[in-house]
Design a protein around this ligand. Structure first.
Ligand SMILES: [Fe+2]
Length: 281
């Protein structure tokens, strides 16, 4: 019987040069500190030897487009390429030095997908979509020079209304937990993005954050109070710049009722950086 053996969530723009340009020396110092904690989380993840690593992140309208915006999409196939963009944002340019292809855990991805459809989750699938900084910056920061476990990338639509609800993302996480429990594999899961910030998709609000709201979310995660998290509305997430917390809701559903431990929280005027790990029984 399989188990979730590691669970963590973290910011996914992990580029000291980017933050130095955006927020000065403080930006560099804080993201370097966050990255050190994420690397330590990676060492703990490697120590429990997951046979697969599920990565829940969002599309930044570069893997998909307005041509089709999947609510939740599972990447299937044997491997996945890192995204290559002619005019990449700085934080996607940091991918350039990273490996070009990553093996997938094909069986686990297929089971999440197939059993999901059986269970009433109308999931999208992709054989082709590449993965960007939202997947690869956390994974490479966690793993450093250690081999990267076979991945199961999952995209959640965090930015294009109407998004899936927080409650639905949590329920999907519970589905992932059931799939893992019925499988032979020990699995790690990470969710990426956030916390409070506005990306350039919301240009007029770039630079805003909502630290009070972040601290509320962190409190509920630390105490394992999941009911208020389930009631988060799209309007609240949009107003507070917590769009990417939907990724975290999938992870919270997968590990509920586990409690979170904050490894790093740092306020910046561009984004509030965070790295959180769950204590699993
Ligand atoms: Fe993002």
């Amino acid at each position: 019987m399989g188990r979730i053996v590691f669970a963590g969530a973290m910011s996914h723009v992990l580029d000291p040069d980017y933050y130095e340009r955006a927020c000065g020396a403080e930006g560099r110092q804080k993201v370097v500190a966050a990255m050190a904690e994420i690397a330590a989380m990676g060492a703990r993840c490697s120590a429990v030897k997951p046979g697969a690593l599920i990565v829940v992140a969002d599309d930044h309208l570069n893997a998909f487009s307005f041509n089709c915006v999947p609510a939740i999409c599972v990447r299937v196939g044997r491997d996945v390429p890192r995204m290559v963009q002619d005019h990449a944002e700085a934080f996607d340019k940091v991918l350039d030095h990273m490996p070009e292809r990553y093996p997938l855990h094909e069986d686990l991805a297929n089971q999440v997908l197939e059993r999901g459809l059986d269970a009433g989750f109308d999931l999208a699938l992709s054989w082709e979509a590449p993965v960007d900084h939202a997947f690869l910056s956390p994974v490479n920061t966690m793993q450093g020079d250690r081999p990267i476990p076979p991945l199961v990338p999952i995209w959640v639509n965090c930015f294009v209304a109407p998004q899936p609800t927080a409650r639905r993302c949590f329920a999907f996480g519970q589905h992932i937990a059931r799939v893992v429990a019925a499988s032979p594999w020990n699995v790690g899961i990470i969710a990426t993005g956030g916390l409070s910030h506005f990306p350039e998709l919301s240009l007029p609000r770039v630079g805003d954050t909502d630290t009070v709201f972040d601290r509320k979310l962190i409190h509920w995660m630390e105490t394992g109070e999941h009911e208020p998290l389930l009631e988060l509305t799209a309007g609240e997430l949009h107003k507070s710049g917590e769009h990417e917390f939907l990724n975290w809701m999938v992870l919270i559903g997968a590990v509920s009722p586990a409690r979170a431990v904050v490894r790093y929280f740092g306020e910046l005027r561009r984004i509030n950086l965070a790295a959180v790990e769950w204590t699993l029984g």
